[in-house]
Design a protein around this ligand. Structure first.
Ligand code: ZN
Length: 160
């Protein structure tokens, strides 16, 4: 079966940039996603199109099709009372905050008594990324996966 819209793809990946390996899924469960719904970065999703189970390939993705370019006005000051657990945050750690566009991964810059400064740029913003991908399986999505817009199961969305 070929990867096309509304197929569920299970894959392992190793992510690297010009400086070397950043992370790999191979030490844990493979990734699972519903193709055609923006569940993975755009450059990787378009590289997946038409591939089959067992395919291995490598793709290099410019920042604009990965995590975007870093913005200069990316430091935001947020009142601590709006953030759960933020009193335990430490500078340099990754955290998730809720925004109008949904949850966003940020880097903690400074934790004050009443507010926290975070950098809203994704840590991989501005970087050209290379994914080495092994396609493990491709299947047709279930109706509830299509209506939810994500894959169900290990490595995907697990309800409850
Ligand atoms: Zn669901």
């Amino acid at each position: 079966m070929q990867i096309e819209k509304n197929t569920v793809v299970q894959f392992h990946y190793t992510l690297s940039d010009a400086h070397g390996e950043i992370e790999s899924s191979k030490d844990s469960d493979p990734m699972l996603y519903l193709h055609g719904h923006g569940g993975i970065i755009p450059g990787l999703e378009s590289a997946m199109e038409g591939k089959e189970e067992g395919a291995q390939f490598s793709v290099t993705i410019p920042p604009v099709d990965a995590y975007g370019m870093p913005r200069e006005d990316s430091i935001q000051r947020i009142p601590l009372k709006h953030l759960q657990g933020a009193r335990k945050w430490k500078p340099g750690m990754m955290a998730t905050v809720q925004t109008d566009q949904g949850p966003r991964q940020v880097t903690v810059v400074k934790v004050g008594l009443k507010q926290v400064d975070v950098d809203t740029n994704h840590p991989l913003a501005g970087r050209e990324l290379t994914f080495a991908v092994d396609i493990l399986s491709v299947r047709a999505a279930e109706a509830d996966e299509i209506s939810h817009g994500h894959a169900h199961g290990v490595g995907g969305h697990q309800h409850g």
